[in-house]
Design a binder for this molecule. Sequence first.
Ligand SMILES: Cc1ncc(COP(=O)(O)O)c(C=O)c1O
Length: 378
Amino acid sequence: MQHFASDNYAPVHPEVMAAIAAANDGAAVSYGDDPVSARLQDRATEVFGERARIFPVLNGTGANVISLMASAPRWGAVIASDVAHIHTDENGAPERVGSLKVLAVPSVAGRIGPDAVDRYAGDIGNVQRAQPAVLSLTQVTELGTVYSVADLKLLADAAHAAGLRVHVDGSRLANAAATLGVGLREITTDVGVDVVSLGAAKNGGMLGEAVVVLTDDDAGSGDAAGPTGAVPYLRKATMQLASKTRFVSAQLLALLGEPGTPTSGTSTSGAAGTADGAPLWLRNAVHSNSMAARLRSGIEAAGLLEPGTGVRVTYPTEANVVFATLPRAAADRAREHARFYDWAPGESADRVEVRWMCAWDTTASDVDDFVRAIAAAL
Ligand SMILES: Cc1ncc(COP(=O)(O)O)c(C=O)c1O
């Protein structure tokens, strides 16, 4: 099937499949007390730092809800961008399941700044107001942009200064690290992030993601009195604990790499397979990012960037997705070649904003054929 619809349309990467098959070796203790999950924990400390504790879960919404519940009291609130997945695309799960109000703040190209914290800091201590307890950032943002290391540090410092914890929805954390040419630790632990929802499904996994608690020594201790000691209980209570957790752990391990292997690698070369010895998360992210860059430049090189009549790219292409507006009729014709989603209304009634997303399995010829299809549709 031809598509530029979503990175979760992609098949499972063969190395992930092989890891699942390798984990299918006789009986193992259930609920995460198995050798594969133990190796994953060892690997998480190598990748994210000594204090990191990793909890495999079933999906990204679950990872977000558990992360937020673990970081806020029942009367708490979460500050996030107005386009945050937790705000717009989780059917209110943080509110319904987590009892946490999401305080949405205006974003610019998907990003928010430290003023997001200032906006609600005055509510702290006011019993009339849901208590701001967490700043949640999405990295890569929902609009395909990436927070720089410096921006993340500023945001985390502002949140901590106001007494808030910092959560990163890292559904596409790998793509952000690949863009920035840094490891996963540099954009999480090292800038002061407290808890991460670590994506896998969009990066070549089958199903499953993880909550990674970075800064709390109680994490996973089973001491539910501590804020993040609660994660094991929350994972069960929110129905996110797989009895055969080893098969989720195997996927995460395939992506992060086995203990003792490089945690990062040359990531900015822009082509799959050129990141020597790099872990799979990075190879897949470098590749999907490079396909979006090819799509973006292909559209330009084909002369399709024509405001009003042709394509108008709406956000910077910083990771694995291109957002653009074009005439609705042309979008529908291009869709006969490859499936993709409408994202928002366009500048006028006859134009629409679309999202063209690339994945680990998108090929250069998929992209080039799609550029030709858009040209023909226009
Ligand atoms: C930014 C972001 N966060 C979280 C999720 C949630 O993932 P899931 O569909 O696995 O619940 C998605 C899925 O599209 C996403 O794009």
